[in-house]
Design a binder for this molecule. Structure first.
Ligand code: NAD
Ligand code: ZN
Length: 350
């Protein structure tokens, strides 16, 4: 897969650096939150504002969206048209999908406006729609020509959202290890400034993983799912922001890796001593792990609907041996639920 050109800019880019003819698809929250965006967007003759969130990715609503977009673009040329998408991961997945099918596929520029999108979802070329409640069931691989990381746009987010971005940053740092983890592990604060500082290295790390398995054929790309198996279930069950759920999912994977002796207790203790780890988890983590039968039943259902499912009830779970070394093992849903109960008990017993 061709690597997209990455541009890091202080402000929103000049149109002439993005293409010739444009359709701008953007999160309609942005003109209200980011005054500079409002002025910048006015330069685009063709615009399609959307409401961010999972409903935007609903396949049931897609025919209505695409009919309007086709009408909007009727006088554009497929060769010259570039879809410019500005928003978080939901807008990126939707806009990327539109670009991949409109006029049999047109050029795409992604300008992520959330940390999650900047670190993770705007890179790698995956687009997605949801079918009913099942997430990301339909999609394409359509890498952007360019991905533009705009400092002022990302910094416009409330500072509290830095915590959400950190889960994804720690995830990729654990997957690749090396300098990224050794430097990040020494950070003492969770802030937008720290996220911006590591953004280029985190993206580079994601490309290294994606480059080894661009179309998810060899299975290697599954390591990017570290922390996401239980994370997705917690996200749906508690309606948590994705990044927050991933923080808990990472913690769960780490503790299970030690229990399975994939990671040594010594390596685990060393990892927990890293300054940055003090900021990753909050004390409420074990309240999320519930052992009530009714809750476990719901977790079971959510785990089974996760798309990384393989045969029947087995799931490819990503364990960590140490930063830089993931281990993929097939586990059953019941094994995951038993580990939830074990971790809960371990915590109750101190
Ligand atoms: N394609 C991939 O590889 C991939 C990878 C991971 C996640 N995803 C997808 O990404 C989505 C989650 O991403 P997300 O959390 O960015 O979601 P999102 O697009 O729903 O954005 C989250 C919230 O932030 C708001 N927002 C966006 N930019 C803002 C800004 N600059 N300032 C203030 N608020 C802003 C949005 O309006 C929304 O309310 C999910 O749908 C997930 O499936 C895709
Ligand atoms: Zn994620």
């Amino acid at each position: 897969m061709k690597k997209s050109t990455l541009l890091f800019t202080a402000e929103l880019p000049r149109l002439k650096d993005l293409g010739e003819e444009f359709l701008l698809i953007y999160d309609d929250i942005l003109p209200r939150k980011v005054p500079a965006f409002k002025n910048w967007a006015q330069q685009f003759p063709l615009q399609y504002p959307v409401k961010a969130g999972e409903a935007l990715k609903s396949v049931e609503q897609f025919p209505d969206h695409i009919a309007k977009i086709i009408r909007l673009c009727e006088n554009t040329s497929s060769r010259r048209l570039t879809v410019v998408v500005v928003g978080g991961g939901s807008v990126g997945d939707f806009g990327g999908f539109v670009a991949s099918i409109l006029k049999r596929g047109v050029k795409l520029v992604q300008i992520p406006s959330t940390w999650l999108a900047a670190i993770d979802s705007a890179h790698g070329g995956k687009t997605a729609l949801n079918v009913g409640a099942a997430k990301n069931q339909i999609g394409t691989f359509h890498p952007p020509e360019k991905t533009v990381l705009v400092r002022s746009l990302l910094m416009a987010q409330p500072e509290a959202r830095a915590f959400e971005g950190f889960g994804e940053l720690i995830k990729i740092a654990w997957i690749v290890g090396g300098t990224l983890w050794s430097q990040l592990s020494k950070e003492y604060e969770v802030s937008s400034a720290v996220l911006w500082k590591y953004l280029a290295s985190a993206i580079d790390a994601k490309y290294k993983v994606v480059g080894k398995d661009p179309h998810e054929k060899t299975g290697y790309r599954h390591v990017l799912n570290l922390g996401h198996t239980l994370g997705h279930a917690l996200e749906s069950y508690y309606k948590l922001p994705h990044g927050v759920a991933i923080n808990y999912g990472l913690d769960f994977s780490l503790r299970w890796s030690v229990e399975k002796k994939i990671m040594t207790k010594k390596d685990y203790d060393a990892l927990l001593r890293a300054p940055v780890m003090g900021y990753l988890l909050s004390p409420v983590r074990d309240e999320l792990l519930q052992t009530k039968v009714s809750v476990l039943k719901d977790f079971r259902h959510l785990l089974l609907s996760d798309k990384k499912k393989t045969k029947s009830e087995s799931i490819r779970f990503i364990f960590l041996q140490k930063p830089g070394k993931c281990v993929i093992q097939e586990v059953t849903v019941d094994e995951i639920l038993m580990e939830v109960c074990r971790q809960k008990e371990e915590e109750l017993n101190g």
